[in-house]
Design a protein around this ligand. Structure first.
Ligand code: SF4
Length: 253
């Protein structure tokens, strides 16, 4: 069968690698589920950070108030049109998100020299007609590539290692589509469980260490299996957090 979206992306590969049946429900059957408030806040945060950095590229860096106002407007507009499972409450989630973006403006953004932000890029995979697609959060003037994350707690080394594939894909996409060589890959992770005590951590990986051979192996494995229609269950701990648990338990192995 052809790829359902006519391209492959990091989120598709991650879903297929986690559980092929989950991929089936999400991308083949296109079953939409409510998102949790942490995912929702991540989307709004990215949008507001992009607003701030794009203005900076244009030479008009907005202050904390303007960026917070933009965050508030986006939060309210998106909340009206999105089915969200709010944790404690919508108000609490809003306060946490607002505190995150204020922290970003004061503690992180001043050190950033943006060249390109929130850009969707695609290119064909080597020796293939399949397109690879991704949205890169930030490339700076020094050709470092950054992905922003918002989360509740500091990342472990294991979490970092599991996320490297995403960075390798973005490096490949940028170099193939835009040109030039990415020198450094960075994760900037803003974290806290609530609206106080916000911190961030930065992980930097020399781009020369990117294991592209392994990256293509993982991508091609997912593409081959999707095209062959292999959507087996990968039952285990992840089932506890799976949006499709109820549907899945009613379907055959
Ligand atoms: S419940 Fe488990 S096996 Fe079923 S789709 Fe979700 S992760 Fe896969």
């Amino acid at each position: 069968m052809p790829l359902p979206k006519e391209y492959i992306s990091f989120s598709q590969i991650r879903t297929y690698t986690n559980c092929p049946r989950q991929y089936f429900f999400s991308y083949i059957e296109n079953i939409r589920t409510a998102i949790n408030d942490k995912v929702f806040l991540g989307v709004v945060f990215h949008d507001a950070a992009d607003y701030h950095l794009k203005k900076k590229i244009d030479g008009a860096t907005p202050g904390k108030e303007e960026t917070s106002e933009y965050f508030t407007g986006t939060f309210n507009k998106m909340a009206e049109n999105t089915e969200v499972i709010w944790g404690d409450s919508k108000e609490k989630a809003f306060k946490r998100g607002l505190a995150f973006i204020k922290y970003f403006v004061v503690e992180i953004a001043p050190g950033i020299k943006p060249m390109m932000t929130e850009k969707e890029i695609e290119c064909k995979l080597p020796n293939s007609e399949v397109k690879l697609k991704g949205i890169i959060d930030l490339v700076e003037e020094d050709f470092s590539l950054t992905d922003f994350k918002t989360t509740t707690a500091k990342w472990s080394k294991d979490r970092l290692n599991k996320s490297l594939l995403q960075m390798y894909i973005y490096k490949f996409l940028f170099e193939e589509s835009i040109g030039g060589f990415i020198k450094e890959l960075k994760f900037k992770i803003v974290y806290s469980k609530n609206a106080t005590g916000i911190k961030h951590q930065e992980h930097s990986i020399p781009a020369g260490n990117a294991d592209l051979k392994k990256m293509f192996e993982i991508i091609n494995f997912a593409i081959d299996n999707i095209e062959k229609g292999y959507f087996y269950k990968n039952e285990g701990y992840i089932c506890n957090f799976c949006d499709y648990k109820a549907i899945c338990s009613r379907t055959e192995i």
